[in-house]
Design a protein around this ligand. Structure first.
Ligand SMILES: NC(=O)c1ccc[n+]([C@@H]2O[C@H](COP(=O)([O-])OP(=O)(O)OC[C@H]3O[C@@H](n4cnc5c(N)ncnc54)[C@H](O)[C@@H]3O)[C@@H](O)[C@H]2O)c1
Length: 343
Protein backbone atom coordinates (compact mmCIF):
# COMPACT_ATOMS: atom_id res chain seq x y z
CA UNK A 1 0.00 0.00 0.00
CA UNK A 2 0.94 3.65 -0.34
CA UNK A 3 0.57 4.83 3.24
CA UNK A 4 0.56 8.41 4.44
CA UNK A 5 1.83 8.38 8.03
CA UNK A 6 1.34 11.56 10.04
CA UNK A 7 3.66 12.27 12.97
CA UNK A 8 6.19 9.79 11.60
CA UNK A 9 9.14 11.68 13.08
CA UNK A 10 7.84 11.13 16.62
CA UNK A 11 8.29 8.21 18.99
CA UNK A 12 5.54 5.80 17.85
CA UNK A 13 5.25 7.22 14.32
CA UNK A 14 8.91 6.50 13.59
CA UNK A 15 8.41 2.87 14.71
CA UNK A 16 5.36 2.66 12.40
CA UNK A 17 7.39 4.04 9.48
CA UNK A 18 10.18 1.47 10.08
CA UNK A 19 7.65 -1.38 10.35
CA UNK A 20 5.70 -0.30 7.24
CA UNK A 21 8.84 -0.04 5.10
CA UNK A 22 10.03 -3.42 6.39
CA UNK A 23 6.65 -4.93 5.46
CA UNK A 24 7.05 -3.68 1.87
CA UNK A 25 4.70 -0.69 1.96
CA UNK A 26 5.65 2.70 0.60
CA UNK A 27 5.46 5.57 3.10
CA UNK A 28 5.00 9.31 2.89
CA UNK A 29 5.84 10.67 6.34
CA UNK A 30 4.37 14.08 7.07
CA UNK A 31 5.46 15.81 10.22
CA UNK A 32 5.89 19.49 11.09
CA UNK A 33 8.78 18.66 13.48
CA UNK A 34 7.59 20.15 16.76
CA UNK A 35 9.87 19.87 19.81
CA UNK A 36 8.92 16.13 19.81
CA UNK A 37 9.62 15.47 16.13
CA UNK A 38 13.14 14.57 15.04
CA UNK A 39 14.33 13.53 11.58
CA UNK A 40 17.08 11.50 13.28
CA UNK A 41 14.28 9.11 14.32
CA UNK A 42 13.91 8.17 10.62
CA UNK A 43 17.62 7.60 9.94
CA UNK A 44 17.06 3.84 9.42
CA UNK A 45 14.70 4.40 6.46
CA UNK A 46 15.85 7.75 5.10
CA UNK A 47 17.66 6.26 2.09
CA UNK A 48 14.99 3.68 1.26
CA UNK A 49 13.33 4.07 -2.16
CA UNK A 50 9.86 3.54 -0.68
CA UNK A 51 10.24 6.35 1.87
CA UNK A 52 9.58 10.06 1.52
CA UNK A 53 9.19 12.91 3.97
CA UNK A 54 7.43 16.28 3.85
CA UNK A 55 7.59 18.87 6.59
CA UNK A 56 3.91 19.77 6.77
CA UNK A 57 1.66 20.98 9.59
CA UNK A 58 -1.64 19.07 9.64
CA UNK A 59 -3.33 22.34 10.63
CA UNK A 60 -2.31 23.77 7.22
CA UNK A 61 -5.10 22.38 5.01
CA UNK A 62 -3.60 23.82 1.80
CA UNK A 63 -0.19 22.21 2.28
CA UNK A 64 -1.86 18.96 3.31
CA UNK A 65 -4.03 19.01 0.17
CA UNK A 66 -0.93 19.29 -2.02
CA UNK A 67 0.53 16.17 -0.36
CA UNK A 68 -2.69 14.22 -1.03
CA UNK A 69 -2.70 15.37 -4.67
CA UNK A 70 0.91 14.52 -5.42
CA UNK A 71 1.29 11.34 -3.32
CA UNK A 72 -2.24 9.89 -3.75
CA UNK A 73 -2.16 7.66 -0.62
CA UNK A 74 -4.27 4.52 -0.39
CA UNK A 75 -4.25 4.54 3.41
CA UNK A 76 -3.60 7.01 6.23
CA UNK A 77 -2.17 6.13 9.64
CA UNK A 78 -2.72 9.27 11.70
CA UNK A 79 -0.41 9.72 14.69
CA UNK A 80 0.50 13.43 14.56
CA UNK A 81 -0.55 14.96 17.84
CA UNK A 82 0.51 16.90 20.86
CA UNK A 83 1.03 13.95 23.19
CA UNK A 84 2.19 15.03 26.65
CA UNK A 85 -0.44 15.32 29.41
CA UNK A 86 1.68 17.71 31.52
CA UNK A 87 2.09 20.12 28.59
CA UNK A 88 -1.68 20.03 27.99
CA UNK A 89 -2.23 21.25 31.56
CA UNK A 90 0.00 24.30 30.99
CA UNK A 91 -1.06 25.07 27.40
CA UNK A 92 -4.16 23.32 26.06
CA UNK A 93 -4.64 25.54 22.96
CA UNK A 94 -2.18 23.75 20.67
CA UNK A 95 -3.77 20.43 21.70
CA UNK A 96 -7.13 21.67 20.45
CA UNK A 97 -5.60 22.91 17.19
CA UNK A 98 -3.46 19.91 16.28
CA UNK A 99 -5.40 17.04 17.83
CA UNK A 100 -8.90 18.16 16.83
CA UNK A 101 -8.71 20.70 13.98
CA UNK A 102 -5.70 18.96 12.37
CA UNK A 103 -7.52 15.62 12.49
CA UNK A 104 -10.57 17.14 10.79
CA UNK A 105 -8.35 18.46 7.96
CA UNK A 106 -7.05 14.93 7.41
CA UNK A 107 -10.53 13.40 7.51
CA UNK A 108 -11.82 15.89 4.94
CA UNK A 109 -8.94 15.27 2.54
CA UNK A 110 -9.16 11.50 3.04
CA UNK A 111 -12.84 11.70 2.11
CA UNK A 112 -12.16 13.86 -0.96
CA UNK A 113 -9.45 11.44 -2.15
CA UNK A 114 -11.48 8.30 -1.38
CA UNK A 115 -8.71 6.62 0.56
CA UNK A 116 -9.31 2.96 1.41
CA UNK A 117 -8.39 2.99 5.12
CA UNK A 118 -7.98 5.71 7.75
CA UNK A 119 -6.39 4.48 10.98
CA UNK A 120 -6.97 7.01 13.72
CA UNK A 121 -4.40 6.38 16.46
CA UNK A 122 -5.71 7.17 19.92
CA UNK A 123 -5.14 6.45 23.57
CA UNK A 124 -6.76 4.58 26.44
CA UNK A 125 -6.77 7.89 28.33
CA UNK A 126 -10.08 8.78 26.61
CA UNK A 127 -11.77 6.30 28.98
CA UNK A 128 -10.75 8.08 32.20
CA UNK A 129 -9.39 5.87 34.95
CA UNK A 130 -10.21 2.60 36.73
CA UNK A 131 -10.66 1.59 40.33
CA UNK A 132 -8.45 -1.21 41.64
CA UNK A 133 -11.01 -3.96 40.91
CA UNK A 134 -12.66 -2.59 37.73
CA UNK A 135 -12.40 -4.71 34.57
CA UNK A 136 -10.00 -3.34 31.89
CA UNK A 137 -11.06 -0.84 29.23
CA UNK A 138 -12.58 -2.39 26.11
CA UNK A 139 -13.95 -0.92 22.86
CA UNK A 140 -17.41 -0.42 24.44
CA UNK A 141 -16.18 1.48 27.52
CA UNK A 142 -17.86 4.90 27.87
CA UNK A 143 -15.64 7.94 27.27
CA UNK A 144 -14.68 9.99 30.34
CA UNK A 145 -11.48 11.92 29.54
CA UNK A 146 -9.88 13.85 32.41
CA UNK A 147 -6.89 15.85 31.12
CA UNK A 148 -6.97 18.42 28.30
CA UNK A 149 -4.81 15.96 26.29
CA UNK A 150 -7.27 13.10 26.81
CA UNK A 151 -10.24 15.37 26.05
CA UNK A 152 -8.65 16.52 22.78
CA UNK A 153 -7.98 12.91 21.76
CA UNK A 154 -11.55 11.93 22.71
CA UNK A 155 -12.91 14.75 20.53
CA UNK A 156 -10.78 13.59 17.61
CA UNK A 157 -12.02 9.99 18.06
CA UNK A 158 -15.60 11.26 17.83
CA UNK A 159 -14.74 13.23 14.68
CA UNK A 160 -13.18 10.16 13.07
CA UNK A 161 -16.24 8.02 13.88
CA UNK A 162 -18.57 10.77 12.61
CA UNK A 163 -16.73 10.79 9.26
CA UNK A 164 -17.31 7.05 9.03
CA UNK A 165 -20.98 7.19 9.97
CA UNK A 166 -21.88 10.31 7.98
CA UNK A 167 -19.65 10.08 4.91
CA UNK A 168 -18.73 6.39 4.81
CA UNK A 169 -15.01 7.09 5.26
CA UNK A 170 -13.38 3.70 6.08
CA UNK A 171 -12.19 4.72 9.55
CA UNK A 172 -10.64 2.38 12.11
CA UNK A 173 -10.01 3.78 15.62
CA UNK A 174 -7.34 2.30 17.90
CA UNK A 175 -7.01 3.06 21.62
CA UNK A 176 -3.66 2.00 23.04
CA UNK A 177 -2.07 1.90 26.47
CA UNK A 178 1.25 3.53 27.45
CA UNK A 179 4.13 2.78 25.08
CA UNK A 180 7.82 2.47 25.86
CA UNK A 181 10.94 1.80 23.83
CA UNK A 182 13.69 3.55 21.82
CA UNK A 183 13.31 7.18 20.61
CA UNK A 184 10.79 8.21 23.29
CA UNK A 185 11.17 11.93 23.94
CA UNK A 186 12.77 12.41 27.36
CA UNK A 187 9.81 14.10 29.02
CA UNK A 188 7.94 10.81 29.57
CA UNK A 189 8.29 8.58 32.65
CA UNK A 190 10.65 5.86 31.40
CA UNK A 191 13.28 8.02 29.63
CA UNK A 192 13.14 10.61 32.44
CA UNK A 193 13.77 7.88 35.03
CA UNK A 194 16.65 6.44 33.03
CA UNK A 195 18.34 9.71 32.24
CA UNK A 196 17.98 11.20 35.75
CA UNK A 197 19.42 7.97 37.16
CA UNK A 198 22.40 8.04 34.80
CA UNK A 199 23.05 11.69 35.72
CA UNK A 200 22.94 10.82 39.45
CA UNK A 201 20.05 13.27 39.88
CA UNK A 202 16.83 12.77 41.88
CA UNK A 203 14.37 10.50 40.02
CA UNK A 204 10.97 12.23 40.34
CA UNK A 205 7.93 10.03 41.05
CA UNK A 206 4.56 11.78 41.08
CA UNK A 207 2.48 11.42 44.28
CA UNK A 208 2.98 8.10 46.04
CA UNK A 209 4.00 6.30 42.83
CA UNK A 210 0.96 4.02 43.03
CA UNK A 211 -0.65 5.06 39.72
CA UNK A 212 -0.94 2.04 37.45
CA UNK A 213 -0.29 1.84 33.70
CA UNK A 214 -0.40 -1.06 31.21
CA UNK A 215 2.90 -0.88 29.26
CA UNK A 216 3.30 -1.95 25.62
CA UNK A 217 6.60 -2.11 23.69
CA UNK A 218 6.47 0.41 20.85
CA UNK A 219 7.20 -2.10 18.06
CA UNK A 220 4.19 -4.14 19.19
CA UNK A 221 2.02 -1.03 18.88
CA UNK A 222 3.44 -0.45 15.38
CA UNK A 223 2.57 -4.00 14.30
CA UNK A 224 -0.97 -3.56 15.68
CA UNK A 225 -1.40 -0.36 13.65
CA UNK A 226 -0.20 -2.08 10.47
CA UNK A 227 -2.68 -4.90 11.15
CA UNK A 228 -5.40 -2.24 11.54
CA UNK A 229 -4.37 -0.62 8.22
CA UNK A 230 -4.20 -3.94 6.37
CA UNK A 231 -7.10 -5.89 7.90
CA UNK A 232 -9.04 -3.58 10.26
CA UNK A 233 -12.77 -3.45 9.60
CA UNK A 234 -14.07 0.08 8.83
CA UNK A 235 -16.21 1.45 11.64
CA UNK A 236 -14.52 -0.76 14.26
CA UNK A 237 -12.52 0.20 17.32
CA UNK A 238 -9.60 -1.90 18.58
CA UNK A 239 -8.09 -1.57 22.06
CA UNK A 240 -4.37 -2.37 22.18
CA UNK A 241 -2.31 -3.28 25.25
CA UNK A 242 -0.03 -5.93 26.70
CA UNK A 243 -1.81 -6.60 30.00
CA UNK A 244 1.34 -5.70 31.92
CA UNK A 245 0.04 -3.43 34.69
CA UNK A 246 2.73 -1.76 36.78
CA UNK A 247 2.71 0.94 39.42
CA UNK A 248 4.95 3.85 38.47
CA UNK A 249 7.08 3.16 41.56
CA UNK A 250 7.60 -0.52 40.66
CA UNK A 251 8.50 0.49 37.14
CA UNK A 252 11.11 3.01 38.33
CA UNK A 253 12.57 0.41 40.71
CA UNK A 254 12.79 -2.14 37.87
CA UNK A 255 14.65 0.33 35.68
CA UNK A 256 17.01 1.07 38.57
CA UNK A 257 17.71 -2.65 39.08
CA UNK A 258 18.49 -3.11 35.36
CA UNK A 259 20.87 -0.14 35.50
CA UNK A 260 22.50 -1.52 38.69
CA UNK A 261 23.35 -4.63 36.67
CA UNK A 262 24.33 -2.95 33.38
CA UNK A 263 26.11 0.17 34.64
CA UNK A 264 26.63 0.04 38.43
CA UNK A 265 26.99 3.33 40.34
CA UNK A 266 30.24 4.06 42.11
CA UNK A 267 28.39 3.82 45.44
CA UNK A 268 24.83 2.88 46.33
CA UNK A 269 21.92 1.68 44.20
CA UNK A 270 20.11 3.79 41.58
CA UNK A 271 16.85 3.36 43.54
CA UNK A 272 18.39 5.53 46.30
CA UNK A 273 17.80 8.46 43.91
CA UNK A 274 13.98 8.02 43.83
CA UNK A 275 12.12 11.04 45.27
CA UNK A 276 8.36 11.58 45.57
CA UNK A 277 7.19 14.92 44.12
CA UNK A 278 3.87 16.79 44.02
CA UNK A 279 1.36 14.79 42.03
CA UNK A 280 0.04 15.77 38.57
CA UNK A 281 -3.31 17.59 38.94
CA UNK A 282 -6.15 15.19 38.08
CA UNK A 283 -3.68 12.27 37.77
CA UNK A 284 -5.55 9.15 36.55
CA UNK A 285 -5.21 6.24 39.00
CA UNK A 286 -5.22 3.16 36.83
CA UNK A 287 -5.38 2.17 33.16
CA UNK A 288 -5.72 -1.40 31.92
CA UNK A 289 -6.66 -2.71 28.48
CA UNK A 290 -8.58 -5.72 27.21
CA UNK A 291 -6.99 -6.46 23.79
CA UNK A 292 -9.02 -9.59 23.06
CA UNK A 293 -10.85 -8.05 20.08
CA UNK A 294 -7.74 -7.20 18.05
CA UNK A 295 -6.22 -10.54 19.07
CA UNK A 296 -9.16 -12.65 17.88
CA UNK A 297 -10.30 -10.54 14.90
CA UNK A 298 -6.97 -9.35 13.45
CA UNK A 299 -4.65 -12.04 14.81
CA UNK A 300 -2.37 -9.50 16.52
CA UNK A 301 -0.45 -10.33 19.69
CA UNK A 302 2.31 -8.47 21.52
CA UNK A 303 5.66 -10.17 20.86
CA UNK A 304 7.87 -8.44 23.40
CA UNK A 305 7.83 -9.53 27.05
CA UNK A 306 7.98 -6.68 29.56
CA UNK A 307 11.35 -7.58 31.13
CA UNK A 308 12.92 -8.07 27.69
CA UNK A 309 11.41 -4.84 26.33
CA UNK A 310 12.59 -2.84 29.33
CA UNK A 311 16.09 -4.29 29.07
CA UNK A 312 16.22 -3.47 25.31
CA UNK A 313 15.02 0.07 26.09
CA UNK A 314 17.71 0.60 28.73
CA UNK A 315 20.34 -0.70 26.28
CA UNK A 316 19.14 1.74 23.62
CA UNK A 317 19.32 4.78 25.93
CA UNK A 318 22.76 3.67 27.18
CA UNK A 319 24.01 3.39 23.58
CA UNK A 320 22.38 6.58 22.26
CA UNK A 321 23.35 9.42 24.57
CA UNK A 322 24.16 11.49 21.47
CA UNK A 323 20.41 11.31 20.62
CA UNK A 324 19.05 12.34 24.04
CA UNK A 325 21.75 14.57 25.55
CA UNK A 326 21.02 17.60 23.29
CA UNK A 327 17.32 17.28 24.16
CA UNK A 328 18.11 17.20 27.89
CA UNK A 329 20.46 20.18 27.49
CA UNK A 330 17.55 22.05 25.87
CA UNK A 331 15.38 21.38 28.95
CA UNK A 332 13.32 18.35 27.82
CA UNK A 333 13.11 16.73 31.25
CA UNK A 334 12.08 19.88 33.18
CA UNK A 335 8.92 19.39 35.26
CA UNK A 336 5.76 20.77 33.62
CA UNK A 337 2.02 20.71 34.23
CA UNK A 338 1.64 21.61 37.88
CA UNK A 339 -1.28 23.97 37.08
CA UNK A 340 0.32 27.28 38.09
CA UNK A 341 -0.57 28.36 41.61
CA UNK A 342 -1.61 24.89 42.72
CA UNK A 343 1.62 22.97 42.51
N1 LIG B 1 3.04 7.59 23.76
C1 LIG B 1 2.07 6.78 24.14
O1 LIG B 1 2.24 6.05 25.12
C2 LIG B 1 0.77 6.73 23.36
C3 LIG B 1 -0.19 5.77 23.71
C4 LIG B 1 -1.37 5.69 22.96
C5 LIG B 1 -1.58 6.54 21.91
N2 LIG B 1 -0.65 7.49 21.59
C6 LIG B 1 -0.92 8.35 20.43
O2 LIG B 1 0.05 8.01 19.45
C7 LIG B 1 0.39 9.17 18.69
C8 LIG B 1 1.90 9.36 18.70
O3 LIG B 1 2.34 9.50 20.04
P1 LIG B 1 3.90 9.67 20.38
O4 LIG B 1 4.10 9.29 21.78
O5 LIG B 1 4.71 9.07 19.31
O6 LIG B 1 4.02 11.27 20.27
P2 LIG B 1 5.27 12.19 20.00
O7 LIG B 1 4.99 13.45 20.75
O8 LIG B 1 6.57 11.47 20.24
O9 LIG B 1 5.22 12.47 18.42
C9 LIG B 1 4.24 13.28 17.83
C10 LIG B 1 4.71 13.65 16.45
O10 LIG B 1 3.69 14.43 15.83
C11 LIG B 1 4.30 15.56 15.21
N3 LIG B 1 3.32 16.66 15.18
C12 LIG B 1 2.79 17.31 16.26
N4 LIG B 1 1.97 18.29 15.85
C13 LIG B 1 1.95 18.22 14.48
C14 LIG B 1 1.27 18.96 13.48
N5 LIG B 1 0.46 19.99 13.80
N6 LIG B 1 1.48 18.64 12.19
C15 LIG B 1 2.33 17.61 11.84
N7 LIG B 1 3.02 16.89 12.76
C16 LIG B 1 2.82 17.20 14.06
C17 LIG B 1 5.51 15.88 16.07
O11 LIG B 1 6.47 16.66 15.39
C18 LIG B 1 5.99 14.49 16.45
O12 LIG B 1 6.90 14.00 15.49
C19 LIG B 1 -0.38 10.33 19.29
O13 LIG B 1 -1.55 10.52 18.50
C20 LIG B 1 -0.73 9.84 20.67
O14 LIG B 1 -1.93 10.44 21.12
C21 LIG B 1 0.52 7.60 22.30
Amino acid sequence: MKILVTGGAGFIGSAVVRAAIKAGHSVMNIDCLTYAGNKANNADVAGHKGYSFAQVDICDAGALARVFETYAPEAVIHLAAESHVDRSIDGPDVFIQTNIAGTVNLLQLSKAHEISKFVHVSTDEVYGDLGPHDPPFHPGTAYDPHSPYAASKAASDHMARAWHRTYGLPVVVTNCSNNYGPYQYPEKLIPVTLIKALAGEPIPIYGAGDNIRDWLYVDDHASALLAAAERGVPGQTYCIGASREQTNLNLARKICRILDAKRPRASGAYADLIRFVTDRPGHDRRYAIDSSKIETELGWRPQTGFENGLSKTVDWYLANQDWWQPLIDAGAAARQGQAAGKG
